[in-house]
Design a protein around this ligand. Structure first.
Ligand code: ASP
Ligand code: MG
Length: 445
């Protein structure tokens, strides 16, 4: 069997749904399980409706309602699904009235609220499949074994899911039915609806693929695969043919937002390949994400960057020995729940980077007892993802490029996961550096 996942823009309206089901139809002999996101920007619209209820006491779901009913009409679906969709929309209205009366919106309520998007989309697509002769069944994730912890808005699946999912999915496939599963959502052990974090449908798909030992997980997007750089910055960016799971996870974290950062985790356990394809351009080969790469492959896979980073230089005032100093620095950040991205240390100093959004005043005050601290804002992390065993070659080239364009490199670090080399430049220089590096490593083409 295989898993095919389609994101919001792939199922945005009646036309897109027809197109996507057309793609599925060509692979029915592979016994696919379908995972879908909410239609188009429905998740955002639900969150907007939630804020309107919470802030203004208004229940506004006309846009969501019209779009789903309009799609049902355009796909000429039977009355039964219209009833199911109406029932869900009524429930949604009751929830929004509740929010508007209580003027309260907890993370648990938020997850319940956004769950409607996926619950609506699978019912519509399943009805469409059935109407054209593909026997399909809409499955809410909790009915096919998705059990999570209660960490609302970014829940983790619990280990029992690994057994439950294949138990529930196998009989459907055996009966020749196409299961169509809600991405993104699950239920905790108390029966509350949870979500796996924005973009979480990818994780739903890779989890089903890994737990059911699928041949592959196909993740259908609106881009040609994982690209060598952000195409808005590097016009010549092109799809990467193959990447390792670690590289894909690294790229997801550093701005190339093609996949959910945690989506690789289930497949790493089982070695299940993930194929990223473009539903708008079926002919494009896409990107294959696998456990082990061909040794001969090129040293650099992609170049990404993240802006708005703060660089903190902490120099010991020699009140503590080396071990005591480093321990004190990191535990201070931990106590204040400030997460750190890059670190470089020497015996008496630490340089580290973090997201500019975090408030550093308390940490600064505490650390002042043992160190002098210099905080520099307006920095960017440029990351080269690739084969770090060839790091000297990569670094030599990268430094030469930076020198040629006159950009000083302010700190460098090699990712612990051994697939990235990152360095810090000024925010204003980041785009120029990425462009130059791309030209250097991937040529003009
Ligand atoms: N619909 C959810 C979101 O927009 C989940 C997903 O698309 O993967 O974040
Ligand atoms: Mg979405």
């Amino acid at each position: 069997m295989i898993v095919m996942k389609f994101g919001g823009s792939s199922v945005a309206d009646a036309q897109r749904i027809r197109h996507v089901v057309g793609i599925v139809k060509t692979q029915l002999d592979q016994k696919p399980v379908l995972v879908l996101s909410a239609m188009g920007d429905t998740t955002d619209h639900l969150l907007e409706a939630g804020s309107a209820a919470f802030q203004k006491g208004a229940v506004l779901i006309e846009q969501i309602e019209n779009h789903h009913f309009d799609t049902i009409k355009k796909l000429k679906l039977p009355n039964q699904v219209r009833k199911e969709v109406s029932a869900l929309l009524e429930e949604l209205k009751r929830l929004l009235s509740g929010i508007s009366l209580l003027r309260e919106m907890t993370p648990r309520t938020k997850d319940f609220l956004v769950s409607f998007g996926e619950r609506l989309s699978i019912r519509i697509v399943a009805a469409y499949c059935n109407s054209i002769g593909i026997p399909a069944q809409a499955c809410d994730a909790w009915d096919v074994g998705f059990v999570s912890d209660s960490n609302f808005t970014s829940a983790e699946l619990i280990k029992e899911s690994w057994e439950l999912i294949p138990q529930k999915i196998a009989p459907l496939l055996k009966a020749g039915v196409l299961p169509i599963v809600t991405g993104f959502i699950a239920k905790d052990l108390n029966g509350n609806i949870t979500t796996l974090g924005r973009g979480g449908s990818d994780l739903t798909a890779t989890m089903i693929a890994a737990a059911c030992k699928a041949q592959e997980a196909q993740v259908w997007k609106d881009v040609d695969g994982i690209l060598t750089a952000d195409p808005r910055i590097v016009a010549k960016a092109r799809p990467v043919e193959t990447v390792s799971y670690e590289e894909a996870a690294e790229l997801a974290y550093f701005g190339a937002q093609v996949l959910h950062p945690r989506a690789m985790q289930p497949c790493i356990k089982t070695g299940t390949p993930v194929l990223v394809k473009n539903s708008y351009n079926i002919a494009a080969p896409g990107t294959r994400i696998v456990a082990v790469l061909d040794k001969k492959s090129v040293p650099v896979r992609a170049i990404t960057f993240r802006k708005n980073v703060t660089l903190v230089d902490i120099v010991s005032t020699r009140m503590l020995g080396q071990y005591g100093f480093l321990a004190e620095v990191f535990s201070t950040f931990a106590r204040h729940h400030i997460s750190i991205d890059m670190v470089a240390t020497s015996e008496v100093s630490v340089s580290l980077t973090l997201d500019a959004a975090q408030d550093l005043s308390a940490v600064k005050k505490e650390l002042a007892r043992i160190a002098s601290i210099d905080i520099k804002t307006g920095k960017a992390i440029v990351t080269i993802v690739g084969n770090v065993r060839r790091s000297s070659e990569i670094l030599a080239k990268a430094f030469k490029t930076c020198q040629l364009i006159g950009v000083p490199v302010q700190m460098i670090s090699q990712g612990a996961s051994k697939v990235n080399i990152s360095f810090i430049v000024n925010d204003a220089e980041a785009v120029e550096v990425v462009k130059a590096l791309h030209l250097d490593f991937f040529g003009k083409l």
